[in-house]
Design a protein around this ligand. Structure first.
Ligand code: SF4
Ligand code: SF4
Length: 379
């Protein structure tokens, strides 16, 4: 029997005032005209609660871009869901935060691109850092659960110690040090974002030290890049095992990136109840459990732990979504990951220039706009 999902990731919009080079949104985004309307989301939150879901993560894009965010928080809260707002903070005034807290918001996750203003604005493609720093102080005054998220990669890992100290003085309950994950825009910019092994080892040491020092005061979680692991992680806890993601247009996916897999059809909450999509839809059953696994996963003793790794990563790196995740050292395609690691090391030796693609935005008509290039960072 299929267990209940535990969390719903509600991507309520793809619109965002930032242009982060590692954004996990798909390259083809949905414009405002395709988004589920308020009443559709309200119905979905009630269906989610009946299905046994406990948490809703309101995310995007930038969820604050939706004028009805307060009504959505209210609906999720009244359905009995723990509500988490994942935000860049742009569009959040003190008055708006007060109204969201009144509506039942339980937790806020504020993301930072760097500890240094110039570097942060460079990565976001927008001047937003100073506003976020001021907003962190406001959030503390509301006494709701507060996480500071720092996305780390090759361009900022060499001053991670400074970034941890920066996050510490914002006084969050929790700090998340998240390595960029190579999907969406981060995959497009992987050559300049992928850390070296030296950087990763240094990062793990610094995070370990900070966890000890801040124990009992700030919890620190670290999301590491798969590419340096010996075995892959059970991506999103396993395909169709605990998480549902609804994109702005209402399609339900097992993770952020599953839309890249060709031939998959993701059913919509506009046409089916959430429960049917979870238990019966072809997309959620496609890679659930172990039946789909090839060798060496099929006879591997770790298969119940990592479930063969990430299907999207397998497709993006090998063109075959059913392949063993190439991150695994046992995978026949693991040489692809070794080559990427080698390229990254030689890039560091050359200390090359940085050139990357900023994440674009869907316009109201669903077309893309183009950003002028910014000047390279000088920290
Ligand atoms: S990663 Fe950056 S660009 Fe993408 S949704 Fe978040 S704030 Fe916006
Ligand atoms: S062979 Fe498959 S199941 Fe075994 S560790 Fe590698 S990815 Fe996991």
């Amino acid at each position: 029997m299929t267990p209940n999902p535990l969390a719903l990731i509600a991507e309520i919009t793809h619109r965002c005032p930032l242009h982060c080079v590692y954004c996990s949104n798909p390259l083809q985004m949905m414009g405002a005209e395709s988004e589920l309307v308020t009443q559709e989301w309200i119905r979905v939150f009630h269906e989610a609660a009946r299905l046994g879901i406990l948490h809703v993560h309101l995310t995007g894009g930038e969820p604050l871009a939706r004028a009805d965010l307060k009504e959505l928080v209210e609906a999720a809260h009244s359905a009995g869901l723990y509500t988490n707002l994942i935000t860049s903070g742009i569009g959040l005034s003190e008055a708006r935060l007060a109204s969201l807290v009144d509506a039942g918001l339980d937790h806020i996750q504020l993301s930072f691109q760097d500890s240094r203003e110039q570097g942060a604005n460079w990565i976001a493609g927008a001047k937003t850092h100073a506003h976020k720093v001021a907003l962190a102080e406001t959030i503390r005054r509301f006494r709701i659960a507060f996480t500071v998220n720092l996305v780390v990669h090759r361009q900022n890992l060499d001053h991670l110690e400074e970034m941890i100290a920066f996050a510490e003085q914002l006084r969050p309950d929790r700090m998340e040090i998240a390595h960029a994950q190579y999907y969406g825009w981060a995959l497009k910019n992987r050559d300049t974002l992928l850390p070296t092994r030296r950087q990763l080892e240094n990062c793990l040491r610094l995070v370990g030290e900070a966890q000890k020092r801040l124990s009992g005061r700030i919890r620190i979680d670290c999301v590491v890049p798969d590419y340096y692991a010996r075995y892959p992680k059970a991506c999103m806890g396993g395909w169709g095992r605990s998480i549902m993601l609804i994109n702005p247009g209402g399609e339900v996916l097992p993770c952020h990136a599953a839309g890249v897999i060709p031939g998959m059809r993701f059913d919509s909450v506009r046409e089916h109840p959430l429960e049917w999509i979870w238990t019966d839809s072809a997309a959620f059953q496609r890679f659930r459990g172990e039946q789909w696994m090839p060798e060496p996963c099929r006879s591997c003793e770790r298969r119940t732990e990592d479930l063969g790794g990430c299907r999207c990563q397998a497709f993006l790196l090998t063109d075959d979504a059913s392949a063993t995740d190439p991150v695994c050292t046992l995978a026949p395609t693991h040489h692809l990951i070794e080559s990427l690691q080698l390229e990254t090391r030689s890039g560091e030796e050359r200390s090359e220039d940085v050139s990357w693609t900023y994440r674009l935005n869907p316009t109201r008509e669903g077309r893309h706009v183009t950003l002028p290039p910014l000047s390279p960072r000088s920290n």
